[in-house]
Ligand binder design. Structure first.
Ligand code: 8YV
Length: 319
């Protein structure tokens, strides 16, 4: 059969895109997709995409035989899972394999933000040390009070690491996590009010949109720090920027933004803010493991109709 069953949607890791070409004769969705979809849409059984792009309801409806969305990345908030569930389309992601690197990044970002290592590095490179003298004092990381929003796989790995720094850990989650050795707080604002550093590790999507609101940022206060390795959508970025501009928040470490790759201009001149270009899972080892798991999901779906790491689907009336 000459039908080609796999469609790449959005940019992917180059080696993954190459494998899709070589081993699956995959199509790549063109920027202007109307003609392509009219001609080939019915051939597609599986889409491979990433959290950067995802598959919306409109694209799904142009792929009448779609059975699976295989997502490179743990976050799949750019794919419309409600529309997928209604169509009986299953969705996979790449959990576990990136947990360590993302947790490492959260801790590194927290240390950099509180101790201002990136800013200190800029100070040395600008030859200011011999002229302006010692760098100003910064804030201690060990033994601080840390609040984690989202105590899933990644949030738990962050908590474990920071416990080794003597930090006291509290958290907020949709539900209290049974057996977790940390203090549960019923709301993000209550959590923020009692900690020095708030770390955002909750999944993106409609359920967490702007969960870290201006009220939460105010509760964290002018001695508090915010670290985000989750999604830009989980916090009110405008409220964050204005709190930083007004000095109502001590600092922030951000790997993710509301409108990537665009970063609010006001943040770029602040030494109490560390900005990273969404690199949390970006190591050779972890990205290779994510690639492998993506391909295992694709193979498994094409062979058996089942995924290796499916995401939970909402219950629908139709299927
Ligand atoms: C990736 C991520 O950079 O896994 C995720 O959800 O945000 C990152 O690991 C991203 O998914 C790649 O597009």
């Amino acid at each position: 059969m000459s039908t080609r069953a796999v469609l790449q949607v959005g940019p992917l890791k180059p080696s993954l895109a190459q494998t899709l070409q070589d081993d699956y004769a995959a199509y790549v969705l063109p920027d202007d997709p109307a003609d392509f979809l009219a001609e080939h849409g019915h051939e597609i059984r599986a889409v491979v995409t990433s959290g950067r792009t995802g598959v919306d309801a409109e694209l799904m409806s142009a792929l009448p035989n779609l059975g699976a969305v295989v997502n490179f990345g743990v976050g799949y908030d750019t794919t419309d899972v409600d529309a997928a569930a209604e169509r009986g389309v299953v969705v996979s992601n790449t959990p576990d394999v990136l947990t360590d690197c993302v947790a490492d990044t959260a801790v590194g970002l927290m240390i950099d933000t509180l101790r201002q290592f990136s800013a200190s590095d800029r100070y040395v490179r600008a030859c200011r040390w011999p002229v302006d003298g010692s760098y100003p004092l910064t804030r201690q990381v060990s033994n601080t009070r840390v609040g984690i929003i989202g105590l899933g796989r990644i949030g738990s790995a962050i908590a474990k690491r920071l416990s080794a720094f003597g930090c006291t850990i509290a958290y907020h989650n949709r539900h209290e996590v049974e057996g977790a050795p940390y203090t549960y707080m019923g709301s993000p604002a209550e959590l923020a009010a009692g900690v020095d550093v708030l770390v955002v590790a909750a999944a993106g999507g409609a359920g967490t949109n702007r969960l870290v609101s201006s009220e939460v940022i105010d509760a964290l206060g002018s001695r508090g720090y915010l670290i985000n390795i989750a999604r830009g959508s989980v916090l009110d970025e405008e409220a964050l920027v204005s709190a930083l501009v007004d000095g109502r928040l001590a600092g922030a470490g951000l790997d993710v933004f509301a409108d990537e790759p665009n970063v609010p201009q006001a943040l770029l001149s602040m030494d109490n803010v560390v900005v990273l270009p969404h690199v949390a899972s970006g190591t050779v080892e972890t990205r290779a493991a994510m690639e492998q798991l993506t391909l295992r999901n694709l193979d498994s779906f094409l062979e058996s109709g089942r995924l290796v790491t499916p995401v939970p689907m909402p219950v629908t009336a139709s299927k």
